[in-house]
Write a protein that binds this ligand. Structure first.
Ligand code: ADP
Length: 491
């Protein structure tokens, strides 16, 4: 489609190198899809301990890159590897900032120097491109960690000939993470004091790196059409709705795709019994293995098994699920939860697991392989989010014949179609009110359909046939790149 477009794709997590959630899945797979369309795309992320421990083959791309951070001049190295599809990936290495047990913080809270860490990464990414002469047309940034990049391009690098024709696209994967810091940190960011105003980086007397991305980027996207509309309302805008309203002509909603090279029951490297629509035996075997692995009673091989794989945060509807665990037990369904996140929810679910060991298995931690085994082995996948920008587990669930039960919000509403028993159409179950009774009603309906085998098989088939591959969305991104580039060239 296009063969002269260069894109510098910057994210704070990229699968399979470093991952805590959906951003990593997107940043790990969208560039591959974009490359297939003829774009010269290159990806960058920090060299976390997690990346280091992955032992990916790397070569040194640059030593001792000089990066200003406030009054200091720091140095960092840049390492290079490539994705399976040959997209170059650069790791920004600075041990004191990134060689830590986690990406952003511990269950008790964020690392206190996150502003310094991601300011370093953002500034370093631009400087590296200039040093090596990668004259990108578009810098595609993601979430608050890279929100300073559009800001730099519109302020300190505005007159820099190297960046004069570059444009920025800012994708927000979650409005709930706003990168808010004291205004006094502005000098550490290296952003001129003139930008500290309500039309700029200031947010109620502080600074917000998310807001900076929204205000200074040439265009902004979020990860589903419905969420792009929701965030412009007070209910979902999390205080940014009026800021977004001012830019509404430049706000786009592009649905995330799924990386079916990693998430496909016919080829999944994390499961032993592969299957597809023509032969579903493998799914049954995977379920039996999972029941055994989790120590649940043998009868759950035939009873409905509900799964949830999620960050444990208020957003994900953890409290809703906790309130109906007892009812799930009364339905004699099994429940499997894999999650990591806030300490309160980790403790709450562990307690429920101990209280109902016959029905409920809880695993706390981040475990990619177990996530695949649960999404494969469960019959139903629970996503009861308060809000959900896109959500990926329900999309994976569909592909694996694991029927999603979701709240009708954001991308969950865009990707799951409510099942209609009469017409046999639809792919899952949806509830509207954020309320435990509404959630439980859908679980009960799902269990009823589960017990009517032909109806269930139709539902499973509908989901497995739905196609959320990246192609369509990658095309939308590339046409947006072209639009934004054309505007920048006119400047
Ligand atoms: P979010 O980005 O808000 O966390 P998404 O549904 O978009 O939610 O993406 C979540 C991704 O993270 C999925 O790939 C899911 O399988 C994965 N995931 C979430 N929690 C865990 C966990 N504890 N262990 C392994 N994978 C997880």
């Amino acid at each position: 489609m296009t063969n002269d477009m260069k894109v510098w794709f910057l994210a704070s997590e990229v699968a399979p190198f470093a991952k805590t959630g959906g951003l990593a899945d997107v940043a790990g797979s969208l560039p591959n899809a974009i490359k297939k369309m003829g774009v010269d795309v290159r990806v960058a992320l920090p060299f976390y301990r997690m990346v280091k421990e992955g032992n990916f083959p790397t070569r040194k791309a640059l030593s001792r890159l000089e990066v200003p951070l406030g009054e200091r001049m720091l140095q960092g190295d840049v390492l290079e590897t490539a994705t399976t599809e040959g997209v170059p990936v650069y790791f920004f290495d600075r041990g004191d900032l990134f060689d830590r047990p986690n990406l952003y913080g511990t269950p008790e809270g964020d690392y206190r120097d996150n502003l310094e860490r991601f300011t370093f990464f953002s500034r370093a990414a631009l400087l590296f491109a200039r040093v090596v002469g990668f004259s990108f047309d578009i810098v595609h940034c993601h979430d608050w960690q890279t929100g300073l990049i559009p800001t730099y391009l519109k302020t300190i690098y505005r007159e820099d000939p190297f960046f004069s024709h570059t444009a920025s696209l800012f994708t927000v994967h979650n409005m709930g993470y706003q990168g808010i810091f004291p205004a006094a940190k502005l000098t550490t960011c290296g952003v001129p004091a003139t930008e500290l105003n309500p039309e700029g980086i200031e947010y109620w007397g502080k600074i917000s790196l998310l807001k900076a991305g929204i205000v200074y980027a040439d265009a902004m996207t979020t990860v589903s059409p419905r969420y792009s509309r929701e965030i412009q309302t007070p209910e979902f805008g999390m205080g940014m709705d009026s800021i977004l309203g001012k830019r509404s002509a430049d706000v786009y909603g592009i649905l995330n795709g799924a990386d079916y090279s990693s998430w496909n029951p016919a080829t999944d490297e994390h499961i032993t019994n592969h299957y597809s629509l023509d032969n579903m035996n493998g799914k049954k075997k995977c379920k039996a293995d999972l029941v055994k692995e989790l120590g649940l009673p043998q009868r759950f091989v035939d009873r409905p098994l509900l799964g949830m794989v999620s960050r444990l945060s208020a957003q994900k509807g953890c409290d809703l699920l906790a309130q109906i665990v007892e009812d799930i037990v009364r339905l004699d369904a099994g429940l499997v939860i894999l999650g990591a996140g806030e300490e309160t929810y980790q403790a709450l679910f562990l307690k429920l697991g101990k209280k109902y060991p016959e029905n409920v298995a809880v695993r706390i931690g981040f475990d990619e392989a177990l996530a695949h085994r649960i999404i494969t082995g469960a019959d139903m996948l629970l996503v009861p989010s308060q809000y959900e920008p896109c959500g990926l587990t329900q999309i994976y669930g569909l592909k694996y014949g694991t029927v999603p039960i979701v709240r009708a919000t954001g991308g969950l509403d865009d990707t799951v179609q409510a099942f209609d028993r009469n017409s046999g159409e639809g792919t899952g179950f949806k509830f509207v009110e954020y309320e435990p009774g509404a959630f439980l009603d859908q679980i009960k309906d799902a269990v009823k359909v589960f017990e009517d085998r032909p109806g269930w098989m139709k539902l499973v088939q509908n989901g497995m046939q739905a196609d959320f591959s990246w192609e369509k969305s990658a095309r939308e991104y590339v046409s947006l790149y072209e639009k934004v580039k054309a505007r920048a060239t006119e400047r």
